[in-house]
Design a protein around this ligand. Sequence first.
Ligand SMILES: Cc1cc2nc3c(=O)[nH]c(=O)nc-3n(C[C@H](O)[C@H](O)[C@H](O)COP(=O)(O)OP(=O)(O)OC[C@H]3O[C@@H](n4cnc5c(N)ncnc54)[C@H](O)[C@@H]3O)c2cc1C
Length: 319
Amino acid sequence: MTETFITNMLIIGAGPAGYTAAIYGARANMKPVLLTGLQPGGQLTITNDVENYPGFAEAIQGPWLMEQMAAQAKHVGAEIVMDSVSKCSLLDPQKEDGYFIFHTDTGNIYKARTAIIATGAQARWLGLEAEERLQGYGVSACATCDGFFYRGKKVAVIGGGNTAVEEALYLTHHASHVTLIHRRDSLRAEKIQQDRLLNNPKVTVIWDSVVEDILSGGKPEAVTELALKNVKTNEKSTLDIDGVFIAIGHNPNTELFKGQVELDSEGYIITQPGTPKTSIPGIFAAGDVQDKTYRQAITAAGTGCMAALEAERYLGETE
Ligand SMILES: Cc1cc2nc3c(=O)[nH]c(=O)nc-3n(C[C@H](O)[C@H](O)[C@H](O)COP(=O)(O)OP(=O)(O)OC[C@H]3O[C@@H](n4cnc5c(N)ncnc54)[C@H](O)[C@@H]3O)c2cc1C
């Protein structure tokens, strides 16, 4: 049987942004309800060592960190529900007595006076079988997160946009050599970034080439080589490396909100600068769903905190 629930604060997403919003919301006595979606814990549940989340001298495991955040949110009184939003109506809450309406996969309906969208983003992958198998063992989509693990090693970055160039430049601080592999003969990144990259003695660019496979050299949990193909000549080659960073972009999880909350050309939720406020008063956004620049657990948590504080303020003002 389906049910309708009423809440002051609905949080959509169970990553660092969502759980932090839940902790702040619960401690402000807002009795928040958090819907986890299909990936409780979010992106950090698919990684191993996390070395840059403050508070831990030693590396911690991503899934463990997220379990701690969930436990803390529950401990302070947040309600955590395993369900996903499938449809919502945000444009005119007045039609429903001032409530935003959210339908979920289980058929339940949540009527919320404020909502925090923290549905995150997914890295785009090349679609190779080895890519999934070797994630965390030499395959990564985040240089800021994992670059440190490649001190003195040879890495490759795949892509040709701003992200790829930034990731490659960042990796030059750690790796002994960085090879950027791009399927075209020119980069899409800003000119100044291109100049920095092309003039860096630690960087080589392989143009017009795609990765056909990521090889482990017989070791189960390592990356040793890339199999490449030149798309102009069809010539095949291999490149010895210790790690590969896929930097071909991210997809924010905003399909649900299209046509309602204002999104940018890449689908990220637009927030007012320095705030989690979206184009709809009462709807806030936190974490990677509105951040294509930093994409870190700590920044997601920070904006989750801001969203809960703003939601509380909004309720106070509209009561
Ligand atoms: C492999 C990997 C390693 C990383 N390593 C690090 C690291 O070492 N340090 C670091 O700081 N950052 C790291 N990051 C980045 C970090 O994980 C993200 O920046 C962070 O998780 C973003 O948090 P978030 O709360 O915005 O969203 P996410 O973590 O993406 O969580 C999104 C949540 O939304 C939920 N959701 C989606 N759609 C719906 C829906 N329709 N209804 C309900 N819920 C929904 C999902 O189930 C999920 O719970 C890494 C990322 C990856 C992929």
